[in-house]
Design a protein around this ligand. Structure first.
Ligand code: LLP
Length: 429
């Protein structure tokens, strides 16, 4: 559930009228609901209360320091994938000792930095990487905590660009090779300490059965590694999906009652806890999207409209540089006017200012017939929205604000064009 709803005909985030935010901070602006994030986090903590768990928030989903700080204050660790993300955690006051560090191509400076900071565990994705970490740790006189990401070859049935757990993907080590690899670590790499095992099968899963299948498939291996190497944790990754189509309605408890097919944090926990508990070790969870996705919207303004030969277009001031999900993954985001409409709507493409045909936020969609100057909210934009944005077409990065009740806090100033070009060097020639 989230806290975006119409009140007196105006879309609000918690108690704040979104048009007020547009007036103060301009558009496009990402707006996050603090209490939605906290409620989802509490739901996670509560759902897994009976199990020894450690939640590591997947920083890549939304890496604003204010959000990281909020998570850190609630005792959450972090799933990081670069030295830069680790640096952000340190800056936000997070604890490196609560961080797992994944990614297929960690570089030597990144590995050194993570060892200096004392992270909880490296999640390794190849033998080559393990050997590199071993020699860097030797050089630094340390022992590096490691886990290997096992690829269970289970199809997550999600978009092909965000499925990760099959033989086709670059991620992890094939399940058929993992036993030999752990034996190699134990026998040949003395500067590594085997601490756990990890898997992650994909993102935006809306059904529980691929998770169940993967847990059932990998569990025997976990039990075996606990006996052989004394591993202390198993990370079962992230990937819990959110509501994109039906997002606005899903802000109410009734919607959840009427849609039992939508995987909730509770149904995910209820299906997995009985399978995980008998293993008797710490279960690490790596949610990203589920903690922030429905908690954020992109506030944008309709700039123009036009009728093409066969289509009607609404042009908005947010582009694929602000949210790339529709262009990259055929992602679907609901688009709602800030001022409620009662018209029957119009079939339109909602497009941005970028010079690419792929720069659309909605295609052939019936939307309220908003006019130039009106504000719109692109829903479910909290995850992989700002964090994937760019300055393509020399467009400064959007602003980000956080709402708490009736209070609005700017958590990232809108970038200026001077900041966009400040590191460029004009050649004399
Ligand atoms: N753990 C690992 C190892 C991951 O690779 C990911 C996401 C997560 C956890 C968090 O997954 P989540 O709970 O957020 O599904 N940009 C894409 C999603 C890419 C996901 C990458 N890995 C999108 O916008 O759909």
């Amino acid at each position: 559930m989230h806290q975006f709803a119409y009140k007196n005909g105006i879309l609000h985030c918690e108690d704040v009228d979104l048009s007020r935010i547009a007036e103060t901070y301009g558009t496009p602006t990402f707006v996050y609901s603090r209490n939605t994030i906290l409620a989802d986090l509490e739901e996670f903590q509560h759902a897994f209360a009976g199990l020894d768990t450690h939640i590591v928030y997947a920083v890549k989903a939304c890496s604003n320091g204010a959000i990281l700080r909020l998570m850190a204050q609630r005792g959450v660790g972090f799933d990081i994938v670069s030295g830069g993300e680790l640096w952000r955690i340190v800056r936000a006051g997070g604890d490196p000792a609560a961080c797992t560090y994944a990614g297929v191509a960690k570089t030597e400076p990144e590995i050194r930095y993570a060892l200096e900071c004392g992270i909880y565990c490296f999640i390794c994705e190849s033998e080559n990487e393990l050997r590199t970490i071993n020699s860097i740790a030797a050089d630094m006189g340390k022992q590096a905590p490691v886990a290997v990401r096992v690829n269970p070859n289970v199809d997550a049935h999600t978009h092909k660009y965000i499925t990760t757990g099959t033989h086709e993907n670059k991620f992890g080590v094939d399940i058929s090779r993992i036993e030999a690899l752990y034996a190699t670590i134990a026998a040949e790499l003395p500067h590594l300490r085997i601490r756990g095992l990890q898997m992650h099968i994909g993102s935006q899963l809306t059904e529980v059965h691929p998770f169940v299948a993967a847990v059932q498939k990998v569990s025997p291996l976990v039990a075996q590694f606990k006996n052989l190497y004394g591993i202390e944790f198993w990370s079962i990754g992230g990937g819990i999906g959110i509501v994109y189509d039906g997002c606005l309605a899903s802000g109410s408890a009734d919607w959840w009652r009427d849609h039992p097919e939508q995987m909730s944090i509770r149904s995910y926990a209820q299906a997995l806890i009985p399978l995980l508990k008998p293993l008797g070790l710490r279960i690490v969870l790596e949610p990203g999207r589920r903690l922030v996705g429905n908690a954020g919207v992109l506030l944008t303004r309709c700039v123009y409209e036009k009728n093409g030969e066969s289509k009607h277009f609404k042009m908005i001031d947010a582009g694929m540089n602000d949210i790339i999900r529709p262009a990259l993954y055929e992602g679907y985001h609901e688009i709602w006017p800030v001022r409620e409409h009662s018209d029957e709507g119009i079939l339109a493409d909602v497009v941005g200012p970028i010079c690419e045909s792929g720069d659309f936020q909605a295609q052939n969609r019936r939307i309220p017939d908003v006019k130039p100057g009106e504000l719109l909210a692109e829903m479910s934009a909290g995850a992989y929205g700002f964090s994937m944005s760019s300055t393509y077409n020399s467009r400064p990065l959007a602003a980000e604000v956080m709402v708490d009740g009736n209070k609005v806090t700017l958590i990232r100033r809108r970038q200026t064009i001077e900041q966009v070009v400040e590191d460029e060097i004009l050649s004399d020639e």
